[in-house]
Design a protein around this ligand. Structure first.
Ligand code: PAF
Length: 281
């Protein structure tokens, strides 16, 4: 495994590997088992696996959040090596955003402006879209791997990849969960044991909605009420429980095709997101 810090070195490292397929796994480090499942999917598919580690300042709405974001490069490199990564691209901020940088990739409409876009501010998905575009242009991968937990991020990336004609296939890996069902996230370590137990209401609410939809309840208002009741029974008042089209993020009132159910909630001071898709996608 080699570690490179510049786009020039990344391109040089990939030059002689272009005969086979290249898989890109973008990360902000602080790797956990969820990232490992993305790396394994890439390892199973691609001849060369490139992982990036870059804590992208442009996608943080609060400076304090950026400063507090865990930097664990030694452990991340050890995990990458154990998962068979070939090349790690871990640039400095100045390599990604050199002096004079003045370009933003910005996806319009409900995909980027609602739910996470509304809660975290317009700049969040602009920051994600801009950095992922830059990482794709730097590595020119055949496949890029993302987790289904960040469903709105995936929809944003799908949109600009199509709109800009970037020749990459997105691979969306199922949400990685602990044995009890909690979606894996680097934020889970911030939960106290009592909060972690209460946080299980989130996957339980998603299961409740899945079961109710399977039993024939198609009205999303009725499904919303069930999810809310499950969350509130554990003392969780969500920021949102949304029923939307998985591609456009337009709200959906009746489940008669694929519907993304997305939940965001603070448990204590830790903000968690999770989702599932109803109606077979
Ligand atoms: O999902 C993440 O970790 C980040 O948003 C990504 C895709 C690496 C872009 O910074």
């Amino acid at each position: 495994m080699i570690v490179v810090r510049t786009v020039a070195d990344l391109r040089a490292a990939l030059r002689e590997r272009r005969g086979g397929s290249i898989g890109l796994v973008p990360t902000m480090g602080a790797l956990h088992e969820g990232h490992a499942t993305l790396l394994r999917a890439a390892r199973d598919t691609d001849e060369t696996v490139v992982m990036t580690i870059f804590v992208n300042p442009a996608q943080f709405d609060e400076q304090s959040d950026l400063a507090a974001y865990p930097r664990t490069e030694d452990a991340d490199l050890a995990l990458a090596e154990a998962e068979g990564v070939d090349v790690v691209f871990a640039p400095e901020t100045s390599e990604v955003y050199p002096d004079g940088f003045a370009t933003t990739v910005s996806v319009g409409g409900a995909i980027a402006e609602t739910l996470e876009g509304a809660e975290r501010g317009r700049a969040h998905f602009d920051g994600v879209a801009t950095v992922v575009t830059k990482l794709m242009l730097a590595a020119l991968p055949d496949h890029a791997y993302f987790g289904a937990k960040d469903a709105q991020q995936v929809a944003v990336i799908r949109r600009f990849v199509a709109d800009l004609g970037i020749p990459v296939t997105l691979v969306v890996c199922p949400t990685s969960r602990d044995a009890d069902g909690l979606a894996r996230s680097s934020r889970n370590t911030r939960l106290s044991p009592e909060e972690r137990a209460r946080a299980l209401a989130i996957p339980h609410a998603l299961q409740e909605v899945t079961d109710a939809a399977a039993a024939g309840i198609a009205d999303t208002e009725a499904l919303h009420a069930r999810a809310l009741a499950t969350l509130e029974a554990s003392g969780i008042r969500p920021e949102y429980v949304a029923f939307v089209d998985p591609l456009t993020f337009a709200p959906v009132s009746v489940v008669d095709g694929p519907v993304l159910v997305a939940i965001a909630a603070r448990v204590g001071s830790t903000r968690l997101i999770d989702n599932t898709v109803l109606g077979g996608a």
